[in-house]
Design a protein around this ligand. Sequence first.
Ligand code: IMP
Length: 425
Amino acid sequence: MPATVIVGAQWGDEGKGKIVDLLARDSDLVCRYNGGPNAGHTIVVGGETFKLKHIPSGILQGKECVIGAGCVVDPQVLIEELDDLESRGISTELVRLSGNAHLVMPWHQAIDRGSERRLGRLKIGTTRRGIGPTYADKAYRLGIRIQDLLDEKILRQKIEVALPEKNVWLERVYGAERVEPEGLVERYEGYAERLRPMIADTSLLVDRALTDGKRVLFDGAHGTLLDLDHGTYPFVTSSPTVAGGAAVGTGIGPTRIDRVIGVAKAYVTRVGEGPFPTEIEGADQERLRELGGEFGTVTGRERRCGWLDLVALRYAVRLNGMTSLALTKLDVLSAFSELPVCVRYRLRDGTETEDFPAHQSDFHHCEPVYETLPGWEQPLDSLTDVSELPTAARGYVELIEQRLGVEVCLIGTGRERERVLERVA
Ligand code: IMP
């Protein structure tokens, strides 16, 4: 597997960190290509829990890790993450940071908060980490990049250009407190001191690694339905989350990518606002949330829970050119005697479709059409081989494969690193 993309196939929080962690064992290099401190990977190793926001989870395997140009970086969060790993005996010497990645500045967080407040009930439900405003400034060409940290004069000038305009917005549009310029350059120079050794030409580094036949893993943040172009806009994040973003976000050509593994939970969760056809009503929602520990890694928010949605998953197969699927948290469904699976959407005119609606209003008003499968009602955590799966659990997996036309290569059966069954076709 010279170049493999791991991509979330739903609305994020699919358990990608654990899958990346597993595949990183056989990789030489692990790269993040999008997003910032809005992402959170939780990995449990030997009873210890690691929560990573910026750094690819390959770091736990001692692999070289790239934070690519398509990422946005909050230097304070990154440094805290580096310190935390170091204090727990994990070396961060092999972290490489693209000079083209953009910095999340204090005004971005303030604007994110102000904007959500102003939107009121129309809010997006962002993580309030300043992600949208940072990407907006990048597109507006008012952003500040990691490489600007390397030159005090440039850094000062960029802050002096950006800040007065942002303060007008903060005070006049959002009625929020201004960001004071005093001490800001010095604070960022402090971050520069710490981050300087990791800043590298990561596009060149990844290209050389691939040319040398090294195995490179691309670790996508968030999920397909949060993609800025193809997700459930405006309830999306502000970066490309689909597999194609791996090429753009690390600076390699799309022809270098060999395979794309989608990661989906055996059910669905979503944080933040926006339509969610298979969201469960009633007590089962709460039950699934508790059993699955469905609370946000970054914000601690309760995740909304729903039954597996094969219409949305087929869309993810298409958007990502998915070559196989990793199914996580199958064990969480052990508690249910019946498992509804959404196989089609019924639209407002009564027609039914297996294809994800292209128009937002069709999606907002569609009704899920379920096929109900029998549950297996027994724990899966002691299984060591896929052949030991109960018949009903195997039926669940086979239905997914059959409807998606993609093989399920990995099955997650518990929180710990080793609780993954590998399935060879
Ligand atoms: P933002 O990325 O903070 O701007 O938030 C935009 C939307 O994406 C919100 O609905 C967030 O809850 C959602 N979101 C962003 N990152 C993640 C993630 O890693 N997992 C799940 N949802 C996310």
